[in-house]
Design a protein around this ligand. Sequence first.
Ligand code: DLL
Length: 435
Amino acid sequence: MKRYYQPEIETASREKILEIQNEKIVRQVRHVWDNVPYYRHLMEEKGVAPEDIRSVEDIHKLPFLSKADLREAYPYGLLGTDLKNCVRIQSTSGTTGRRVVAFYTQADIDLWEDCCARAIVAAGGTNEDVVQVCYGYGLFTGGPGLNGGSHKVGCLTLPMSSGNTERQIQFMMDLGSTILCCTPSYAAYIGESLAERGFKPEDNKLKAGIFGAEPWTEEMRREIEKSLGIRAYDIYGLTETSGPGVAFECEEQQGMHINEDHFYVEVIDPETGEVLPEGSRGELVFTSLDKEAFPLLRYRTRDICVLSRKPCSCGRTHIRMSKPMGRSDDMLIIRGVNVFPSQIETVLLNEGYTPNYQIMLDRERHNDTFDIYVEVSPDQFSDLMSQIQRMEKSLEAALRTMLGIGPKVHLVAPKTITRSEGKAVRVVDRRKLHD
Ligand code: DLL
């Protein structure tokens, strides 16, 4: 039996979806023009007025927004409504400079939770399910988003948050969790931890998992499915567009359906900004068609993807996106946390180190390892092991404060990090995250 959370819209004809989008875009551009002086100014600079946008065909006339705009407008500059209408913020785990703060009205939260509910139902969720949410709660969108979606479907929701694997396993076994929501790396770790405790895949009641927030491969999907005895579904989203639920996988597991009634999607050439035809590989750009509090138009995600309109046997008609194939900026996602090399550089310089460093990323038992090799200057150099260890610990603490996750720091002697003749190779990523 095919199941949808909002069947009418999830299986609507292409014409119907376009009609909805066309109506919404006109309203949304007017809303932004009237309420977001920052974007209005960008439109004026480009010589575009709300009257020029009569349908989604005209969207290409609008200016892009990027993370740099979010930084410049931080914190309230892109707010689309009075603060008194906002009921929530969510934020990325970045530093002050990079932090994205997104605002929500109650209606925004409702729509966001609907999107997550669609993902849960697509993964087979009903009100008979027990959904264990072990994405982080708090500022991160993962926990609150899936939590809200799970409530909407009527599932018994376990708001576990991440970490404390012992407790996760105990609740999972005692309460008979049937759907697991977390990052794919944490899912793999839970799978291994279960095996270490002598549990076989058939000992748990899980049937599906909804995993996202970081890149993962088909190979990893197969391993997770095997170790937990489930079907593993991908889910995509970003704080700027609400959070998880912008797109989700159905039983076909062949790309994620984008909720096109709420988000208009384009793929562009990241160099030129030119809109590319369906099927081309390029950067995803989203326009939120409904959001009141944080209504971003043409937001550049930096995620590289391919879109497909090939009909899907699940009956959903919304366009599908491939798994993100990389990024067009230098952002790394380490254990689900967004990290920019420049943040690391800032800490090193603040703490009195040289900017000669190398970030080494790898995977051990499906978990990211995160090592940073930092050269000390000749006057910092010491033969005393205890002193080096103290310095490493203190630098690790400073980095943890800045990044929200802790790397392992290795201080190395002056001039040991290979100098490059061109661009410095700051990041060595051995994780093989993309197929
Ligand atoms: O990661 C929202 C989310 C939470 C998505 C839970 C799915 C599940 P941010 O922290 O703002 O939001 O990070 C957004 O993470 O631009 C992608 O680069 C990456 N990302 C998100 N989902 C996926 C995925 C959340 N399924 C950034 N596959 C995005 C690969 C993903 N990368």
